[in-house]
Each structure stands twice: as C-alpha cells, then as structure tokens.
Write a protein that binds this ligand. Sequence first.
Ligand code: ATP
Ligand code: ZN
Length: 817
Amino acid sequence: MNYFINVILPIPLEKSFTYAITKAEADFLQPGIRVSVPFGKSKIYTALVLEIHNNAPQVYEAKEIHQILDDTPIVTTQQLEHWHWMSKYYLCTLGDVMRAALPSSFVLESETIVSKNENQVIKDEDLKDDEFIIYEALQQQSSLKIQDMMSILDKKNVLPVIKRLLEKNAISVQEEIYEKYKPKLVRYVKIASQFSSQQGLQNLMEDLSRAPKQRDVIMTLFSVSAQTKKPVKVSDLSQESDASSSIIKTLIDKGILEEYHIQMDRVEYDGDDKEDSKQLNEYQEKALSEITETLEKQNITLLHGVTSSGKTEIYVKLIEEQLKAKKQVLYLLPEIALTTQLVERLQNYFGEQVAVFHSKYSSHERVEVWNNVLNNLPKAQIVLGARSSVLLPFKNLGLIIVDEEHESSYKQFDPAPRYHARDTAIVLASIFKSKTLLGSATPSLESYFNAQQGKYGLVELNHRYNNVMMPDIELIDIKDKQKRKRMQGHFSDRLIEEIKETLAQGFQIILFQNRRGFSPIIECNSCGHAPQCPNCDVSLTFHQYRNQLRCHYCGYNAVMPKTCDACGSVELDSKGFGTEQVEQEAKLLFPDHKVGRMDLDTTRGKYGYEKIITALEQGEIDILVGTQMLTKGLDFRNVKLVGIMNADNMLNFPDFRAHERSYQLMVQVSGRAGRTKERGKVLIQTYNPYHKILQQVSTNSYFEMFEEQLGERQAFKYPPVFRMIKITLKHKDFQKVDVGADWYAKSLRTVFGKHVLGPEFPPVARIRNQYLKHILVKIPQKQSLGKTKEAILKINTSFLSVKDFRPIRVILNVDNY
Ligand SMILES: Nc1ncnc2c1ncn2[C@@H]1O[C@H](COP(=O)(O)OP(=O)(O)OP(=O)(O)O)[C@@H](O)[C@H]1O
Ligand SMILES: [Zn+2]
C-alpha cells in the first residue's frame, strides 16, 4: 500500500498539497507535526501535516518529503479545527493562517535568512559536523539564506540542521527584532556625594536656609533613607515631604540631588510578594454572580460596566476559579504596549503563572510562550496577549476574557487572515466547550445587539468603585467662544479656568486631541496649493519638531519648504491642529507646569509608553496631551480633569461607525478622570454642542446611543443588522483597477442585486503608488453567510481567470468594520 500526507504549506494555496511517505513515516506521523518538503522547481518549505492517508493525488505525482522535523505535534488538533474555521470564515487560505499563527522560526523555508546569535557563547564541541560548518560560515558572513546553506552543505535536507542550531540558540531567524516586554523604569533620588558627609550636609543646610521647602525635602530624604535603608523613589519623597515634583526637580537641576532609574522587570517576574485579590464590593459581587449564572446557560456573556467600576477585579476572581480547576485562561487586550499597568496588576496577583504574548516579540520569545502553552506548563496558565494570542496552542482552555471588547484594534486589516480577535476567540472557546466573557464600558454595537437578541448573556455594572460619581461633563460651544473672543489658540476660557483650578488643587490633567484624519496640513494662502505625497493621493502632514512634511500612509518625508512650490509665495499656513500644537500652546499658557505628550511620535523610542505613563503616575507631568492611546483602560490615581480639544473631527469622520466610535472614545477618555475619591470633570469643546452623540456622552446614556445608532443601521442597512464583506482591488495602473472593478461589481450585482455598493475610490485612492477601488457587499440577516461567501469566491475565480485582470490584487475582507 502507498502512504501519503496532506500538508499545509505556509503560502497562499487554495488546496492542501499531497506528498508521498513511507510506511514507517506513516506510522510515526500525526497531524500537527512539521515536515520539510520540496515545492516547485527548487524551493523547500516547512509544511504542517494535516492528515495521513492512502489516496494518491489524481493530477500530479506526489513528491517525497525530505524529513520529519518534530517528534510530537507542535500544533494541536483543536488549533487545526480553529484554523479551518478561520480560513473558511475569513476567506483566506490555511497557509495564511499558518503563517500568522506560527513563530517565524517554526516555518523555515528556502528564503529564510538566519544569522549568528552574537550574545550566545557556543562551544565547538557542542555542535555536530553539519552544524559546525554552518556556524563557521556564519562567522564569515553575517547572514545566510537557507538556500545558501544547501549549497554549502551540498544537500537539500538542511532544515533539521537549522532547527537544531535554533534550538541551541546559536543562530536566529532574521526578522525585525523588537524589545522584549518593556520593563518599568522607576525614578529614584539620592543626595549628591559631596553633601553626604557631616560637614557637607551642614553647609548645604545653611545654603538652603532661605529655601525652606527645599530644605524640608532634603531632611525628609535623610529620615526616610535612615528608616528604610532602601533607595528612595521620587514619588515617595514627594509624598512624604509634601513637596511638588518641581521642587525636587530644582534640587536635581542644582546638582544637590542625583536622580537614577531602576528597572522593574515585569516579564520575568521574580517577586514572591504576591498580593491577594481584592475583596469585591457589593456591586462587583452581584455582577460576578450574575456572570457565573449567565455563563452556566450561555457560552458568551457581555459585562457592560462603567469606567472604573472595577471590572478587572471581577476578571481576577474568575481567573482564580479557572486556576483552581487547573484550566488555562486567555486574557485578550487590544494593545499590550498600552496596558503595562494591567500586566503589572495581574502579575501582582498571579506571579509567574502569567505569560505575556505579543506578535511583535522576537521569534525566540514567542517560541518560548508557544511551548509553555502547548505543554500546559504552570508558567503559562494565564496568557495575557493582544490579537494574535488567540492563535496559541492551548491544551486545556477554560475561559477567554476579551477586555475592552469594543476596540477596533482587535481586527486585523493586513495581511490575511483578516480576522477579528474577539469573534475568533469566541470560536476558539467553543472548540474547547468553554466560555467567553466580553467586557467594556462602551460595548461595540454588535456585541450589545447580540446581548439584546439573547445570543449573549448581559450583565450591567453601573457603579464606579468607591462610589465615586461619574465625571461631570460640560460641553463648550467654541463657535460662540470665538465670536466673543474668548479663545486663546485652541483653548476656551472655560478650559483655561478649569485647568488653572485643577493645577492649584494639585491634580493632573489630560488633554485629548484625536489625530485621525486631522493632523496639520500646509496650505498656501495665496494660491491654495497644499503639498501632496508623490506616492499617495493625500496631503502631507506638517511635523513641527522635525520641521518636516510627512505622509502618514507611506512614510515619505521632505523638508518643510520655505515658499509655496506652486506659486512661490511665502505665505504658507498650517490648517487643522494636532497634539503637537496643543502641547505647545499648553506650555505657553501654563509655563510653570510640566506638559507632556503621548502620541505615535513620542512613544516610538525605547520604553516610549513606559516613560510617559510612569512620569504621569509619579507626578512628573501635570498636563498630558495625547491621542487615542490615552483611552485604553489606563488607571491614573490623580487625574481630575479631562479636556477634549475638539469633538467635531471625530464625529464628522466619513465612516458608518463614526458616531459609535466617537461616543466610545469620549466616554473612555472621560473615564480617566476622577477615578479615586473626588469626582472628575470633563470639558468637551465643540462647534456643535447640540449634537446627539455629545448629549449622550454628557449624560452617560449608552443605551440611548445604542438604540439611536441601531435605528440608523437598520435604516441604512449596516452592521450589526446587515453583515458586510469588502472587496478591494489594487494595482498600479489606474485603468486596470477601474475596468476590473466595474466587471467585478457587475458580476456581484447579478447575484446580490441592490446589496452591492460601489465600486468606489476611497478618499485616499492611491497608496504607495497603488490605486485602490472598493466594492461592498451587504448581507441581510436572513441570507446565508456560507452561500454568500461561496458565490463571492466563484466570482473571484472567474475574475482572476480573465487574463487582463490576473495581475490585479484582490483583497477580501469579511466583517471589514
Ligand atoms: N474590590 C476592590 N477593592 C479595592 N480596589 C478596587 C476594587 N475594585 C476596583 N478597585 C480599584 O478601582 C480602580 C478601578 O478599577 P478597574 O481599573 O478594574 O476599573 P475598570 O472597570 O476596568 O475601568 P476601565 O473600564 O475604565 O478600564 C482600580 O484602581 C482598582 O484597583
Ligand atoms: Zn505617501
């Protein structure tokens, strides 16, 4: 009898591929084991076994595999089931899913580039002959393609050698290497050495006799360090001596105090000082028991709890239960980098049982987490991760928590699989017959709709922890303020007043400026010309701190011109405003206070987010200006005022979800105010204070917002009432895209009639020199999703079989919102 395997190759093939194996190999192999295989004329790939059988392929002669790479499966059967669902639901190939799921060092192929691991000492005698030859070659050349190694070793079968070298950590697969999970930097101070002697100190005290506050700080520092015999944190010193951070800063600037940083490493949690979880208050208790109750009857429950109601502490209780039952828990977050606070909180409770996972970690670290999860090790009982952690090899998954379930970053846009992590998580949980809890203060319309329809359980939590009142929200009409000349730059008199008062009380302030589609562009006052990106159909954005014009789509940049390129006039003006400008104005308005900024530009560097979040936590920033980043579940103790600089640009964004998203953003950012004792205050500046969404934000009326938006979605046939699939055609030739899109849309119309929208060029119709055209298919509730997708795929195949259209890239995006 002949033996064959079907495998997934890490490339977008519509079908799985068949290879021939021996009987012995057939006895050994199982689904989920990797093999190295030849493909095409000269390529080799790592492939994953799907099934073992006796049926020779009909249309081609099956090639033999090169080698088996694993002893036991590295991908579980549950994963394979999950991948099948993803590929079917999101209209992509299994190869696409495999590539997204596996760490890159698991999928070696002829094009993979490896290099020597510089920070690892490898003894020659630890290497086998083949390994040694490759290792030595890598001492000569900084990197090699696997193809090169095939010629160096003069054999095809090199993947096992590479695999062993990777396991010995002698080499690594080249990729963008990201920082490991960012350690928190804590700021400490000590007395400069020249003052630490008895005499030095005496002189210093005399010098400071006319600066009593500074003297107090020094005295406090002495007594605290004498008592604790430990390094003293800036934040502790400030609290103990009741001195503002600016006084401490003065002492540092004078050279009397020296500051230094100590890293608090959070990935490798070392502490034994685990905390017990908190005792829930009555509302949390009630919510917890309702969650448990609904989850007995239903697989999915939505926890709608207002900001700062203590949802996280409820999750902690649920996690504890799972751990007791020896089950794994997946805790999904929209973005790891922004949630260092949460990582820390969970590690305080669960210590090293928490594994943090992020697709941007180096492959080596991803492999580590992968293996720990696969082997169900104690140190990966709780996986805390962003989107891609739904693709990990869970063995015994008991519960998935999707925190901030409304966040749009759960959806992957590029490349395929274009999956939504929340929905993919729900399917994963159901494969394990386990449960999913979605949580948010501002649920997405689709989740709340599902709850209303009875598809999900629903638990509401309407009290802030500590019974702090929801922030007091005031709308400010800036049109009126402008008319009455009550604006200074972008700050209304009310906002300035409130900021002053808040600063005087010693509280902090967050100023929110949404950047999306609203960065400053440059326009010539004489001829109206605005500099454009040469690769994309979009105006360039002005970046003051570099004096540059940049394209936010492709990264193109140029020096800011002194005169208009079109007419030569010097009257170039910036329109619109971004965080940078708000920051600058705030500095001028409040010169005695420290203003910080948190956006893509200031958080790019090493420890970017960390530094800013820590600085705010430690009271080194009085006013923080920022973008959306500020909205994601941050928990600051001392922020009392939130200012939203301009609400209108979010509301006017051309997208069917613009109103829902604006509501979510504003409520979330407002939720950062007044989280401890005193009620917070929020000021929203707008040209249109009577806008319904703003009224709903100011009265915290989620349900009203939901009903009204749902009405509109019904009227205009949008999700969650209808479903949507977006088809994008892409090519560098405008004509091709245009003609192709017409053909495609016409074919779709023969099947779906009026439920096809477009084709239409998007607002930015050319990106990186590629033209884009969109077609939308709307799917009524009663229409079968499966059949709809089949019909689309059929049209897609006919389209791509037209010779003229073949070079066009077609992107299918299911649930593209
Ligand atoms: N039972 C409790 N005992 C003590 N402190 C609590 C308790 N519950 C919540 N807190 C504290 O209240 C604050 C707010 O809680 P948490 O961050 O969990 O709110 P949240 O509902 O997740 O808010 P958001 O949706 O705004 O992120 C936190 O600092 C938390 O430590
Ligand atoms: Zn561009």
